[in-house]
Design a protein around this ligand. Structure first.
Ligand code: FES
Length: 149
């Protein structure tokens, strides 16, 4: 039996460009993007909170559904907590920890991000990967014309 870790777990993924620093206002609208989690489509979001850029999968701990009130709107009216629009679970933006509501002791799934020289990048992991448009199916070729002979 081969117990060696796969190459995927040994090779750090290259950072992926996400947005510019100016796209993320303090406690403003989040940047939402598509990812693959374990090969399945999912969404992630990045926001600026207390000056730092944080990012998580857009999935509530209570029920695995997207949380934003409107696209990119995650914070409550006071812009203090991430508030799930479905049943009101509250999360600490700085670390994704549940602080109230039906999320219990759960925590949002973090996505590693970095801000450098006005650019925000995210780091794919073994579990959370970028969507690769190269893997999408090619459209079917048109049928060949009938041979008149
Ligand atoms: S789905 Fe988020 S609080 Fe229930």
């Amino acid at each position: 039996m081969n117990t060696a870790p796969s190459l995927d777990t040994l090779t750090p993924a290259a950072p992926e460009p996400l947005c510019t620093s100016a796209d993320l206002e303090e406690r403003g609208q989040a940047w939402v993007w598509d990812v693959l989690e374990y090969g399945r489509p999912a969404r992630a979001f990045a926001m600026r909170f207390d000056g730092a850029v944080v990012a998580y999968l857009n999935r509530c701990v209570h029920v695995p559904t997207e949380m934003d009130w409107q696209p990119g709107v995650f914070l409550d009216m006071d812009k203090r907590w991430i508030l799930c629009s479905i049943h009101g679970a509250s999360y600490e933006p700085a670390d994704g920890r549940c602080v109230g509501g039906p999320c219990g002791r759960g925590r949002l799934t973090p996505v590693r991000v970095q801000e450098h020289q006005g650019q925000v990048t995210w780091y794919p992991s073994r579990d959370i990967r970028p969507v690769s448009f190269e893997t999408l199916d090619e459209p079917p070729a048109p049928p060949a014309a009938a041979d008149p002979t």
